[in-house]
Design a protein around this ligand. Structure first.
Ligand code: 1HN
Length: 363
């Protein structure tokens, strides 16, 4: 390190002149070239015991108007920025019996993970996709979507979107549809009928959209897959962890966001690792804990956890009887596509000894 130059009135004056011309010296900014990622977002948990009463009260306090009744989870480290992690937003949305959330479209990509209730729908480009707990439903970038609840029970889901990323790319577009709902032009769950057959893909469909053309990943299929794989060793970091796939390409479901589901078997504790890219977890079932950069978050069904990029994390199912299942969204497809996915593993026992280091694009 070279010594700081001695302060001098002439030098101060020079800096003032430079700043007033909207210029800064690299010597003033060097601390921002950090040796590793240093996210402003913090690891944070919204326990279901805190989310549930507020989302339920929102049903009495706020109508579904022009906008959705969706509680946006603001990361406390981001100073009021509309973001749950640097690139992702998670929200919890309530739609009461008889309500419609009017049709709109936007360039940010969205996913829904159904938490509670059954039989409401999201209509995506004229196709009603019906919701059951644990289902994953996609609304790709720029697809028209409205939500309707024709049942007699409320429905609650988690939304996950890449809003902060799209905003920082200055690529935000938003439109309302001319009517409250887009006319239905396809049978209910048509995308599942067409694309929802594992390893069997319709040959007559020629378009291969960037986002998955399969809009519904049913909990029934997900649960069956997890059960079938129960005896496998799984990932040392994530247990029986499955990535939802684009059925035609095998890649992530969206160009900017990947979705995963992971089962931790009774008593299972994973090994710590860290990687570039942030994630938001939603606990589908069970009880356990996630330790992020040394901070312990004890979770149960419904809780939502924000995990910043490069944070060391490990998960545990603290029950000796029940499975734990975590659903998560992440922004790693962006990192991967730019050659910026980097991962480090740690040895067992919290000793935090780095054991491997890989740059996906620099083998
Ligand atoms: C949105 O359009 C929905 O369509 C939900 O239900 C949550 C959060 C941020 C921006 C747009 C929806 C959203 C959102």
């Amino acid at each position: 390190m070279s010594a700081e130059p001695k302060p001098s009135p002439a030098r101060d004056k020079f800096h003032e002149r430079m700043h007033s011309s909207h210029m800064y010296g690299l010597w003033e900014l060097a601390s921002q070239m950090t040796p590793n990622p240093q996210p402003k977002a913090i690891a944070y948990m919204w326990p279901w015991s805190e989310l549930e009463p507020i989302i339920k009260a929102s049903g009495e306090m706020v109508p579904v108007g022009e906008e959705r009744r969706a509680l946006q989870l603001f990361n406390p480290g981001l100073g009021g920025r509309w973001a749950t992690t640097n690139n992702l937003i998670a929200a919890v949305q309530l739609l009461l019996p008889g309500e419609v959330a009017r049709a709109h479209r936007h360039t940010p990509t969205a996913i829904r993970l159904i938490i509670e209730g059954s039989g409401a729908y999201t209509a995506v480009d004229g196709e009603r996709v019906y919701m059951e707990p644990g289902d994953l439903i996609l609304t790709p970038s720029w697809s028209w979507h409205d939500h309707g609840n024709e049942t007699d029970k409320p429905i609650i889901w988690m939304d996950g979107l890449d809003i902060p990323l799209i905003a920082s790319l200055d690529a935000m577009f938003f439109q309302f549809y001319s009517q409250a709902q887009v006319p239905t032009t396809r049978p209910a769950n048509a995308s599942k009928q067409l694309h929802g057959h594992t390893h069997l893909t319709p040959t007559w469909v020629k378009e291969k959209p960037r986002a998955s053309p399969l809009l519904l990943y049913s909990w029934q299929q997900t649960r069956e897959a997890l059960d079938t794989l129960r005896a496998q060793e799984g990932s040392p970091h994530d247990g029986i962890c499955l990535e939802y796939q684009h059925p035609q390409t095998g890649g992530p479901v969206m160009p900017t966001m990947s979705c995963k589901v992971q089962m931790l078997r009774p008593g299972e504790r994973t090994r710590a690792h860290r990687h570039t890219g942030s994630a938001v977890y939603h606990i589908v079932q069970g009880e356990g804990e996630t330790i992020i950069d040394g901070q312990r978050f004890s979770w149960n069904k419904g809780s939502i956890i924000a995990q910043p990029s490069w944070a060391v994390h490990e998960h545990a199912n603290t029950s000796t009887k029940e499975d734990a299942v975590l659903f998560s969204i992440n922004d790693t497809p962006v990192l991967e596509s730019l050659g910026l996915y980097y991962e480090e593993e740690f040895t067992e026992g919290g000793g935090r000894q780095q054991v491997t280091s890989t740059f996906s694009s620099h083998p």
